[in-house]
Design a protein around this ligand. Structure first.
Ligand code: HSE
Length: 409
């Protein structure tokens, strides 16, 4: 029998206890051993929960109990999750987590600590919720050089964008729905400002390239700057607006990486990934393109991935199943402005004539007394920004700049 402790009894922690109990028989058969929850650590009590009798408030009880072999960390953030993870790994317990912030910020350190202690640090649930993604990248796609990863990595923002587009729900109400469904972070700023997606694309890049990319080094733009006119243009022109995390291998061996809203042509698979679903396209130099799709957030889908890791750790005690990357190349991630796109631009305070002087290959979408809308030819975002600077010196104001996900980029 393997005994587990769950740290943090929020949405995901409760889902983990529920899945372990709901599917106990099959899990035991697939693990070769029974897996039971011995402790649940939280500052709160849960008198109504069927697991009320396992709730404790002192982490040291878990750290000092040799019967606990696996610790599930579903606290989130770093403040408590980091020291508890360090203590658990140091005490020779495998740690399973859904904590993207901790993995993105300190994964290399915790993976090394796990290895030094002969245990595992696993985080399938940290990216893509219930979608099998980390293990396929580490195993099934490991023969490839990964050239590009492009993904809808945040369920909350995808849910908001879908509800706004298909049901005319306001941004604020759609966010409230996402929170009520248990999709959003404790502080949903991390969702809507793109930080959650940033942590996830960093983890995918760390895994794929072996070098840590710090989230702070990544250009990150969320969905709060999107306007009704942006959504209107997208609708009219047959695009879906999607918050994408992207990492692309450069010819010099480094990577370009960013998180930003994109205009995705309606016939692209990723344009049709809606609601809380995530969709991640991975391109490898042998496999070409593989697309992963599924629920990117929510109690049971996320618990599905966490419990799969628990089973893996239980089956493979003493065997190294963890990923590895190192923090050895601070300039490995290059500037997102080097990525080549067509861009949708909306400017006020200038004419189409002024625009075509700076952008001779621009395709004009509309011109009115209020603004000029156009799309650029494929060029580096940095070059577009330089031209827009010239136009702003002539009195233009940028209302919008969105990247278009064409097939070739
Ligand atoms: N807040 C996250 C999301 C949860 O909406 O995708 C899953 O990581």
């Amino acid at each position: 029998m393997v005994k587990v402790a769950i740290l943090g009894f929020g949405t995901v922690g409760q889902g983990v206890a529920e899945v372990l109990s709901m599917n106990a028989e099959g899990i035991a058969a697939r693990s070769g051993t029974e897996i039971t929850v011995k402790y649940i650590l939280d500052i709160r009590d849960f008198p109504e929960s069927p697991f009320a009798d396992r709730v404790i408030h002192d982490f040291d009880i878990i750290a000092n109990d040799p019967e606990v072999e696996i610790v599930v960390e579903t606290i989130g953030g770093q403040r408590f999750a980091y020291p508890y993870t360090v203590k658990a790994l140091s005490a020779g317990k495998s740690v399973i987590t859904s904590n993207k912030e901790l993995v993105a910020e300190r994964g290399e350190e915790l993976l090394a600590l796990a290895r030094a202690n002969g245990v595992n640090y696993l985080f399938e649930a940290a990216v893509g919720g219930g979608i099998p993604l980390i293990r396929p990248l580490m195993q099934c796609l490991s023969a490839n050089e990964v050239t590009d990863i492009t993904g809808i990595l945040n369920g909350t923002t995808n849910y908001i964008l879908t509800r706004m587009k298909t049901a005319g729900v306001s941004f604020a109400d759609a966010l409230k729905e996402a929170q009520a469904n248990g999709y959003a972070e404790a502080d949903p700023t991390a969702d809507i400002e793109g930080h959650d997606a940033c942590r996830k694309i960093c983890i995918l890049a760390d895994l794929s390239y072996g070098h840590k990319i710090s989230p702070a080094a990544v250009y990150t733009e969320g969905i709060t700057g999107l306007s009704a006119q942006d959504m209107h243009f997208a609708d009219q022109a047959g695009y879906a607006v999607k918050l994408l995390g992207r990492v692309q291998r450069r010819a010099d061996g480094r990577v370009n990486i960013l998180v930003a809203p994109h205009l995705v042509p309606g016939d692209r698979m990723i344009a049709n990934v809606n609601d809380v679903f995530n969709g991640i396209s991975v391109r490898g130099n042998a496999v070409d393109e593989v697309v992963f799709y599924g629920r990117g957030a929510g109690k049971l889908p996320t618990a599905s991935a966490v419990v799969a890791d628990v089973i893996d750790a239980a089956k493979n005690r003493g065997i190294d199943r963890s990923a590895r990357w190192v923090d050895d190349a601070p300039d490995f991630a290059n500037n997102a402005n080097d990525m080549i796109y067509r861009h949708y631009v909306r400017l006020s305070g200038c004419t189409a004539l002024q625009v075509t002087k700076q952008f001779p290959d621009a395709v004009l979408v509309s011109e009115s007394a209020q603004c000029v809308e156009f799309t650029t030819a494929p060029e580096k975002t940095g070059e577009v920004l330089a031209k827009l600077d010239m136009l702003s010196a002539e009195g233009a104001h940028r209302q919008s700049l969105l990247r278009i996900l064409d097939e070739m980029n």
